[in-house]
Design a protein around this ligand. Sequence first.
Ligand code: GLU
Length: 294
Amino acid sequence: MARAASYVGRFAPSPTGRLHMGSLIAALASYAQARQQRGRWLLRMEDIDPPRERPGAAEAIEADLKRFGMSPDEPTLFQSTRTAAYQQALDQMKASGHVFPCGCSRRHLGHGHLYPQTCSGGLPPGRERRSWRVRVSGRYGFDDLLQGAYGQQLETEVGAFILWRADGQPAYQLAVVVDDHFQGITEVVRGSDLIGSTPRQLFLQRLLGLPQPAYLHLPVALNEQGNKLSKQTGARPIDPQQPMPALARAWSFLGQEKPPAEALASPEAFWRWAPARWAIKRIPAVTEIPANRL
Ligand code: GLU
């Protein structure tokens, strides 16, 4: 099993609150996949958006994951400690001429969904740089392990996008690419709400000369209003003191075989049983599932 020896997976939550059903599903799938491959499973806190973060959330997420029987194989990586690496990647793309300073605010951009190229040939007189953007070109696609072929024509579907934000923070797209490489991630298992970001990430990997991991985008659970299940949209809270009901619900949401009673006795018992039973082919190959019962 050549692939098994080198498999590295990850769970990369933003510490905006405690673990909820949506994030538990992503954590469980990435963990099951890593354990089945006899690989490593890493945790990364995507804490580069201070206005959305809650004090103590990172510690609470890690503690909750442990209660669900999922402990990372290395100390957690905090993106807030990685600014120098993101800066270096930005500098590399500046040096290769792909990045330009942008002086536009939301007001300048209007409502179009593509960047109007206002600053791509140089800052207009009287404007100061607010952010850094990258010029895009080409079609970027990949073969998702669950969803199949997926791609985007970047000029027409995405447009020049932000690498460094006006508030001085690196953008998610840049940080995720730099860190997936830094942590040696070989396969990204995450929610389908991020599948539309993947072509941008492949593009940045190409510009930076980084290897491309494999991707598996899971179906995301929708509430009755058709919104992604999250704290903001009223996901039923999960009780980490009673981990088995939520663990079993997340497992069943992903279409997996019904666990025998002995596997439901404790998270430890569950994880002794689950990795060998985990089957990607049982996961519904759709991006969204209405899930009132979660
Ligand atoms: N931090 C992102 C989120 O919580 C996930 C990033 C990723 O898995 O690439 O939505």
